[in-house]
Design a protein around this ligand. Sequence first.
Ligand SMILES: [Zn+2]
Length: 320
Amino acid sequence: MRLTNLADDLGVPINDLRSCYSLHFGSPCGPNKLLSPTEISQLTKFYLASKSGKIIYVNKKVIEFEDTLPQHFNNSNPYSHEIAFHINSKASLNFESRESSIYHFGDVTFDSKLSNFEAFSICRGLTDRHAQFISRRFFKDSHTPQDISEAQFLANKALKSYGINFLSHLITLPQLPVHLLDSSPLFSIMDKRSKSIGFHSMFRLVFTDHSGTTSKFKLSFLSLKKSEKTTINRNVLNIRNLDNNEDLMQISRSGTCVPFPSYRNIIPALQFFVSIASNPSSAILHYGLKTGECSICGRPLTDPFSIREGIGPICKKSII
Ligand SMILES: [Zn+2]
């Protein structure tokens, strides 16, 4: 079959199919180009996919899109509510006004304002091997009433030494995902930017944690290499720590966060993203002011006006 016959069969303009051919196969062709059966099926597939927005061509490379979320976004989490409470609110703010419960451990009677989730989460973050062991039992739902008293005891002891402000830093979260934030403003910036430069767009943010350590993060669409081709998932943002090049977490369009299990001390970072998600533009400008680079394109800001604003004139269009 010739290219022109395929164009007729598909009911599409011959020149559209010719440019699709040259982008996909890397060489130009005339309307009478003879196609092999493999070429016919590949070209048909790519032409239809490009028309439906499932692939685009960037720098002569085919980029395909994944519509479905990766499987780990569908895992349920029995502690969603408590995790969201911890991350979305400063748990310390209302701590004093919480109701307390009485526990007995050994000969000791004590009261505690911690939930069992908090007590076992704190135990998980302690260096005590036994504390970690009973915590694992709790999160596997195989704990005993005795474990609860012990976890409450150990967690309250830790609370006394570290103080409530460190509570969130002691907690090592159990397996996420959790629906945490309204991610549409973050995606809106990425969607606008990707219209002009393609789906490899990104932006950068800077975050200072409670100990004064500053980290740079990069947000981009999740990109997966499948054999020779790159697949982009436009429904997932991947967040990478630029200081150590470690992936930190992924956020879906629906606002579900899935941190990478290897990432330690995730709560401050989660709290940061929850706090900036509704208004990422100011965090983007803050990045420019703090680092002297444009958050969107990464170039140094040189123009005095851009330096004062924290962003370059072209990239500014992506955030307004
Ligand atoms: Zn820029």
